[in-house]
Ligand binder design. Structure first.
Ligand code: TMP
Ligand code: ASP
Length: 238
């Protein structure tokens, strides 16, 4: 078995054999909320998440948005470029909901935003992922990288909004993480799954909000399966 590089709440990262520039990402069946205070195991979730993330990253790669995705390894793994991760969570929002309503209480839940809102959070469970402003960001990455991450995120949003609309879902918001390759190239890393984006059909959630609101593991799996089936119809991965 290849060496484990790191492990988070929902994924494990292993070194790819015979190639130091690649990693194998293993999607666990775990689901957590409230910084790990609620935790369940949902059999099949890892496989569904690996497929969704692989398919979406493939779509982005093919549309000029670079991600670390190389290949889907059925049922629950993904071959990816090894990245040096930047400790930021970049959130892009099309519709007002979630934590945004605490910052902009004049917005109504479900209201479409005038234009996408991008927010940067410092990735730290210990600190509760605090929101950062542009001045803070300069202590983490240089200006050019911040600008590049913003542009890539907006481009990804346009591609994904259209894709999900065609599948009958509204892309409410999503979270990205970025990293750089050994050659210093900036690209999207981590995952893009029902854990890290909000998808609605007529205001009904098909994402981790079901779990955050106290929904059962069965309800979560049903919703994630629906998203998976819809994506699979459009993007067939071998
Ligand atoms: P928020 O409204 O709770 O800030 O969430 C914004 C988006 O980011 C939503 O699609 C869920 C995603 N997200 C994560 O992927 N990880 C997190 O830790 C949090 C808080 C949100
Ligand atoms: N912060 C993540 C979420 O709620 C996971 C967790 O809190 O355990 O989306």
């Amino acid at each position: 078995m290849a060496a484990k590089i790191c492990e988070g709440k929902t994924k494990k990262v292993f070194a790819a054999e015979n190639d130091g520039s690649k990693v194998i990402i293993f999607f666990k069946d775990d689901i957590t909320a409230f910084n790990g205070k609620r935790h369940d195991i949902i059999p099949e979730k890892g496989a569904i998440s690996a497929y969704i993330s692989s398919a979406i990253f493939k779509l982005l790669n093919e549309n000029g948005v670079k991600t670390h995705f190389i290949e889907y390894i059925p049922p629950n793994k993904m071959l990816a470029w090894k990245l040096n991760m930047i400790p930021l969570e970049i959130v892009c929002r099309n519709i007002a909901t979630g934590s945004l309503l605490k910052r902009l209480p004049m917005l109504k839940k479900g209201e479409r935003l005038k234009k996408p809102i991008i927010e940067f959070f410092y990735k730290s469970d210990e600190l509760g992922d605090p929101l950062l402003n542009e001045c803070h960001l300069e202590y983490i990455v240089n200006r050019e990288a911040i600008e590049e991450m913003k542009q890539i995120t907006l481009k990804a949003n346009e591609i994904l909004k259209k894709f999900f609309e065609e599948l009958g879902f509204t892309l409410v918001d999503f979270k990205l993480e970025f990293g750089t390759t050994m050659q210093g190239e900036l690209m999207i890393g981590d995952e893009l799954t029902c854990d890290t984006m909000r998808l609605w059909i007529n205001g009904e959630s098909f994402d981790k909000d079901i779990y955050r609101r106290g929904g059962s593991p069965e309800d979560v799996l049903k919703a994630y399966r629906k998203v998976y089936e819809a994506i699979k119809e459009r993007i067939e991965l071998k």
